[in-house]
Design a binder for this molecule. Structure first.
Ligand code: ATP
Ligand code: MG
Length: 324
């Protein structure tokens, strides 16, 4: 059974259409990454699916329940970690978790044990009795995550869950997300601006831009759509021979440095090097989700700056400056 099926979800505000018709199917036990630039409609989509915001039109089934007709049943099956802080500042972490557990109707006997388990998970056991208002940003974030998880929801919405976390805390959250999927078959919908996070966690990714899902697939499928890996060469290169190779998509130069986009460097790199002539330096970069994002959603942010985005030519210029 699908955990979530959305049917042409739309949310319009007076000034903007935040979500412009999203139809998605998310399988039970799937980790689904929702990526997109600021203002793309990610939070609004999650807010509709978690019944916090009413769609202008369209609907969705979440855990088999209709978000418009049966929002209470939907809520019983979901957990949410909000992008905006929502824990109570004037309570301690333990009190926040206790309140939340009661609201979700968890069996009383289980609550204290679960609270301690969650505090351990997010590394807040020792500060569990401090008022949240005395917490750092990262500590609040971690408490937020503990709260979203404590009632063991079947479907979990995580809106930028690791924003502002230090690398160790981020890794701990990743491990927990993997554990939820593997041990409990929890369905997870995750938004993030960290491409590495999406790549390592998500089974499938939807890229959303201006309220529409513009690309959908596994991380590997999406990377294939970029079409090439990048090879950086320095030296006196035989341009005509390079351009004539059937697997070369793009070739750009800046003085004696070349940036060449080739299909499948694993197979074709050697042939490229053979054809290129006298090479002094080689660097190969496989396509990453960052490249995917820039290709499909990046125009809005960077005005087609993706060729500059990895800073290759800037690095070259800097090296030259140092040599002089
Ligand atoms: N309550 C609201 N009233 C009016 N406009 C809103 C409201 N909530 C969101 N919007 C608008 O809807 C659009 C989508 O916002 P949303 O928060 O869903 O984006 P997002 O993809 O989550 O962005 P970010 O990556 O910055 O979190 C934006 O243009 C935003 O200004
Ligand atoms: Mg958002």
């Amino acid at each position: 059974m699908a955990a979530i099926v959305t049917d042409n979800l739309v949310k319009r505000y007076a000034e903007v259409t935040a979500v412009a018709g999203v139809s998605l199917e998310i399988k039970e036990g799937e980790v689904f990454g929702l990526l997109g630039p600021n203002g793309a409609g990610k939070t609004t989509t999650i807010s509709m699916l978690s019944t916090l915001v009413k769609p202008t039109s369209g609907t969705a089934l979440v855990a088999g329940r209709d978000i418009n007709k049966d929002p209470l049943a939907v809520r019983r099956n979901i957990g949410i970690v909000f992008q905006e802080p929502s824990v109570d500042d004037l309570l301690t972490a333990r009190e926040n978790l206790y309140l939340h557990s009661m609201l979700y109707g968890m069996p009383r006997r289980e609550i204290p044990g679960r609270i301690e388990e969650m505090l351990r998970l997010v590394n807040l056991s020792e500060r569990g009795d401090s008022l949240v208002r005395t917490y750092s940003g990262g500590m609040r974030r971690r408490l937020e995550i503990a709260r979203g998880l404590i009632h063991g929801p079947r479907i979990l919405f995580l809106d930028e869950p690791t924003l502002g976390l230090d690398p160790a805390s981020r890794k701990a959250v990743w491990e927990h997300i993997r554990g939820l999927k593997d041990l409990h078959n929890t369905t997870i919908i995750l938004t993030t601006h960290y491409m590495e996070e999406a790549d390592s966690l998500a089974d499938r990714i939807g890229i959303i831009n201006k309220g529409r899902v513009i690309e959908l697939g596994t991380p590997e499928e999406l990377k294939k759509k970029v079409g090439h890996d990048l090879v950086f060469l320095r030296g006196a290169i035989d341009e005509a021979a390079v351009r004539a190779l059937p697997f070369v998509n793009t070739a750009e130069r800046d003085a004696d440095c070349w940036k060449i986009g080739i299909v499948d460097s694993g197979i074709n790199l050697q042939e490229l090097l053979n054809a290129a002539g006298r090479i002094e330096e080689v660097e190969v970069r496989r396509v990453t989700l960052d490249d995917v994002f820039l290709k499909f959603a990046g125009q809005q942010i960077s005005d087609d700056e993706d060729e500059k985005a990895d800073g290759f030519f800037e690095r070259v210029a800097a090296q030259k400056a140092v040599r002089r």
